[in-house]
Design a protein around this ligand. Structure first.
Ligand SMILES: Cc1cc2nc3c(=O)[nH]c(=O)nc-3n(C[C@H](O)[C@H](O)[C@H](O)COP(=O)(O)O)c2cc1C
Length: 215
């Protein structure tokens, strides 16, 4: 354990100090997510987290209606509120607007046609951002968790904004990286849009089967 500025961190795990620039960036992103869009939102926003979780369903048929810019802003800002290892944000998001790229992503995702969605976000691991004194394998493990959590936060934000999503994990990482032009390894694609049809929640395991209580 190490003590820095009165805070105790596990050895090798202390987050970087925040400078004025990072604080400013954070403030502007937070103002995007918390920003008052009440005149646009009205019936479109559900702020009850548990309702949002309950309502979220995967959609594989999107309406052609585009996603409004202010909603995209909130979905991206939501990703930035996710926790990350040491607060190093070991991930990047690629917002794919180019239609030709979207078509290529369909092929790189095992020909899943709904990848060509109104809003396409590719979440990539960026372990080089994670400046912690741990082996490379650990930093990569952190980066995949960072990227996954960020995508999950975006997914919930999209649901709260009356949109629907499909999480695409079945991807050829190399092909996706080549299409979006990065050396980073993609972890998932989140496709977002207005659903053609709203669906009921899918059944899950009984909680008693899922939870393993250790006394
Ligand atoms: C890690 C992960 C990978 C997934 N990959 C795909 C995929 O490649 N294609 C797809 O159609 N759905 C994919 N899904 C969506 C799941 O099939 C879906 O979430 C699941 O069936 C539960 O349905 P629901 O999201 O409507 O509750 C993936 C979900 C997760 C979490």
């Amino acid at each position: 354990m190490e003590k820095k500025g009165g805070v105790v961190y596990p050895t090798g795990y202390e987050p970087p100090p925040e400078d004025d620039k990072t604080i400013e960036t954070r403030k502007s992103l937070l103002s995007a997510i918390l920003g008052d869009h009440s005149h646009e939102i009205s019936a479109d926003l559900d702020t009850d987290l548990f309702e949002v979780m309950k309502r979220r369903r995967s959609t594989r048929k999107f309406d052609t209606k585009p996603v409004e810019d202010w909603k995209i802003e909130k979905i991206l800002a939501a990703a930035d509120t996710a926790p990350t290892a040491g607060n190093f944000q070991g991930f990047e998001i690629f917002h794919v607007k180019n239609n030709k790229m979207k078509e290529k992503l369909v092929k790189a995702a095992n020909n899943q046609p709904y990848v060509n969605a109104p809003l396409v976000l590719v979440y990539c691991k960026n372990p080089s951002r994670v400046k912690l004194q741990f082996p490379k394998t650990t930093l990569t493990k952190f980066a995949i968790q960072d990227a996954t959590l960020a995508a999950a936060y975006s997914q919930l934000a999209a649901t709260a904004l009356s949109l629907s999503t499909i999480w695409i994990g079945m991807i050829d990482e190399k092909k996706v990286a080549e299409i979006i032009g990065t050396d980073l390894v993609p972890s998932s694609i989140l496709c977002v849009g207005y659903p053609v049809k709203r669906k009921f929640p899918k059944p899950r395991r009984n909680l008693s089967e899922l939870i393993h209580v250790l006394e």
